[in-house]
Design a protein around this ligand. Structure first.
Ligand code: BT5
Length: 260
């Protein structure tokens, strides 16, 4: 129970995000636990954090490596009054909050659409946003955040060693996980309490490394690969890209940035 012990007093001042924090030693996936708690009525802004995940997951049920004591593996339950189409914007909000938090440690985030923060082309942070909704109403959103904080290159499993990075590598030394966690919750709380997403978009644009780049997009639904140029981010968080002279909007997918 190390992280919370250090934080009890610091995060009490957050209005919503982290006003309630549930800390575990080990869980399958904080997103799964968060969804169960949300179904049972957990409050807006409740955070579930664990020292280790045995079934940490990414999108499309990919695995997310979440070793004990080395990172921040947590999920935030949100109950915004919004339409289901707005849910992806909370992924952008998380990325913007993390970028602002990293700035406090003099680390410049590189946000890659839709859900990654990168360092030298490798993933530092992954975000997984899930939702329970009706046609015209969101019941709850769970934003899962996995931050590699103090993981050495050799400690990553071989199959992700070339695609994963850690804040400690970027920082040139280990960081205090409690301080990083606190910074992310404070920044998230600040953005969540604003009336509009305009600051989220402003921050997202400032730190993004996708717009203006030549990209390949693997569209999530079809699995089809598109080659083109990232042009803009739409109001709902979708990516607009120029594919062979025509603008196409992507709602979900994997982007790789081409060097030429
Ligand atoms: C993501 O998916 O990057 C979203 C990850 C979200 C993890 C958090 S942790 C707390 C919460 N609880 C959960 O169960 N999940 C959330 P995606 O874009 O689909 O990327 C998955 C891919 O990232 C994998 O297929 C690997 O290639 C790579 N990967 C796995 N573990 C990684 C790690 N620790 N760091 C960097 N890359 C990793």
């Amino acid at each position: 129970m190390k992280i919370l012990d250090k934080l009890k007093n610091i995060i009490a001042k957050n209005k919503i995000i982290g006003a309630e924090i549930i800390q575990k030693n080990v869980v399958d996936s904080t997103n799964e636990l968060a969804k169960t708690l949300a179904k049972n009525g957990a409050a807006d802004g409740t955070v579930i954090i664990t020292e280790e995940q045995t079934g940490g997951k990414g999108r499309l049920d990919r695995k997310f490596f979440s070793p004990r004591d080395k990172g921040l593996w947590f999920s935030i339950i949100l109950r915004p009054k919004c339409l289901p189409n707005d849910a992806p914007k909370f992924t952008l909000m998380a990325a913007a909050a993390i970028a602002c938090a990293m700035k406090r440690f003099n680390l410049r985030a590189e946000i890659k659409w839709p859900n990654d923060i990168m360092y030298s082309g490798r993933k530092l942070v992954g975000i997984l946003t899930e939702m329970s909704a009706e046609v015209s109403r969101v019941n709850f959103i769970v934003v899962g955040i996995g931050i590699n904080v103090n993981i050495e290159r050799a400690e990553f499993p071989e199959n992700i060693r070339d695609v994963a990075a850690s804040l400690s590598e970027m920082n040139g030394g280990n960081l205090n996980r409690a301080e990083v966690f606190n910074a992310v919750l404070e920044e998230f709380d600040r953005l969540y309490n604003q009336k509009s997403f305009s600051e989220v978009f402003k921050i997202w644009r400032e730190y993004n490394i996708t717009l203006g780049k030549n990209i390949n997009v693997i569209e999530a639904d079809s699995g089809e690969i598109f080659t083109g140029k990232a042009i803009d981010i739409a109001n709902d968080g979708a990516l607009i890209a120029d594919i062979g002279g025509e603008l196409k909007t992507f709602y979900a997918g994997d982007v790789s940035i081409r060097t030429k």
